[in-house]
Design a protein around this ligand. Structure first.
Ligand SMILES: Cc1cc2nc3c(=O)[nH]c(=O)nc-3n(C[C@H](O)[C@H](O)[C@H](O)COP(=O)(O)OP(=O)(O)OC[C@H]3O[C@@H](n4cnc5c(N)ncnc54)[C@H](O)[C@@H]3O)c2cc1C
Length: 330
């Protein structure tokens, strides 16, 4: 079933910063466009920890040259969500929210994009689906217990509880600090012997001091091997020694990876090891002619390589290339 008979110049999949930037750019160039989004506008950012503060300063999160002002050096999640609402409004972005895309098929004059509410015809497609929806699994027994989460929202349900935080990169460190500051008893376990390089320079002294003072218990070279309803079994990777500690909640902050299901359903190939889609870095066109990618979906499992600051720039390249082709087809 086709939702309507229009053929959009470009259908954009995903209303995160990259998808929004593509839509604003397309609108400026007079292209017809539609953004299909499985959740709400900037769904990923809406799902971040409630009191999260960006590491970027506001101007580095701007889209389409629209000013993002804040009284703070680094904006928080709410400021960013409000800013992106303003971008969508000012950029007259044509959105279809809560309308996830399952696949893209070749059709006369381009594609049919198959979404929950029907099919949409497009001369070109840009996939900007990010990586936040799929987590790296621990792959251990007990991971499915309700006390285990791969996403952190806030500390307030964990006052005076024993919470294990797994990981050693920025999100694990920020989670541990926030939990400790709001009354949880926190233990961190990390497979390595030091915090990751991604830990921000203004956060690193904080976590190092909490660990040095014994306020947050830190177990290096350690991995969780089993999660039990009231405990966690841990193993030292060097000595093989095991210990079981009392535990109420587990946060497995071990990163994300893009879902390749949609890429596969669109015929886009990708590197098995890194999950990086096949694309031309000069245009962001994939191995499927006329189908482009934008934003952090392009970085595969190396999720630290593309973020809003640099991913937003893909939009100008993708849309300029689509404009060139539309011009050529007249
Ligand atoms: C805690 C945290 C803090 C961060 N801080 C910063 C920062 O300070 N500065 C910075 O530059 N970056 C930061 N990042 C990274 C940044 O959030 C991401 O790089 C950015 O969101 C990527 O933008 P995107 O548009 O490519 O993907 P996303 O923002 O993930 O957007 C993808 C969109 O696609 C939608 N989608 C997915 N699948 C489908 C489908 N099948 N159909 C329809 N829609 C779909 C999703 O719902 C989502 O809305 C941070 C990340 C985290 C986790």
């Amino acid at each position: 079933m086709l939702e309507n008979e229009s053929i959009y110049d470009v259908v954009i999949v995903g209303a995160g910063p990259a998808g929004l930037a593509c839509a604003v750019e397309a609108g400026r160039r007079g292209m017809t466009h539609l953004v299909l989004e499985k959740g709400t506008l900037v769904n990923t950012i809406v799902g971040f920890p409630t009191t999260m503060i960006f590491f970027s300063t506001p101007e580095l999160l701007e889209l389409g040259g629209m000013p993002f002002t804040s009284p703070n050096v680094r904006p928080d999640r709410i400021e960013a969500v409000e800013y992106y609402h303003g971008v969508a409004r000012a950029g007259q972005v044509n959105l279809s929210l809560y309308n996830g895309v399952a696949g893209v098929e070749r059709a006369d004059q381009g594609f049919i994009v198959r979404a929950e509410r029907g099919g949409y015809r497009a001369h070109h497609v840009a996939i900007a689906t990010g990586y936040f929806d799929q987590v790296n699994p621990l792959g251990i027994p007990g991971e499915e217990l309700p006390k285990v989460s791969h996403y952190y929202r806030e500390a307030y349900g964990h006052y005076s509880q024993d919470v294990l935080v797994i990981g050693g990169r920025n999100s694990a460190v920020e989670t541990a600090l926030d939990l400790w500051r709001h009354g949880a008893r926190v233990t961190m376990v990390h497979r390595g012997d030091s915090f990751g390089r991604s830990v921000k320079y203004w956060i690193r002294p904080d976590i190092e001091n909490r660990v040095a003072k014994g306020q947050i218990a830190m177990l290096w070279n350690t991995e969780a091997v089993e999660i039990l309803p009231r405990a966690v079994r841990l193993r030292n990777r060097e000595t093989g020694e095991e210990q079981t500690i009392t535990n109420d909640f587990v946060y497995a902050m071990i990163g994300h990876r893009p879902s390749v299901a949609l890429l596969e359903a669109c015929g886009v190939t990708y590197a098995e090891e890194t999950l990086v889609p096949t694309y031309d870095p000069a245009t962001f066109e994939t191995n499927v002619p006329g189908l482009f990618i934008a934003g952090s979906v392009a970085c595969g499992s190396k999720t630290w390589e593309i973020f809003i600051e640099n991913g937003r720039r893909h939009a100008a390249v993708v849309i300029a290339e689509i404009a060139r082709r539309l011009e050529g087809s007249k």
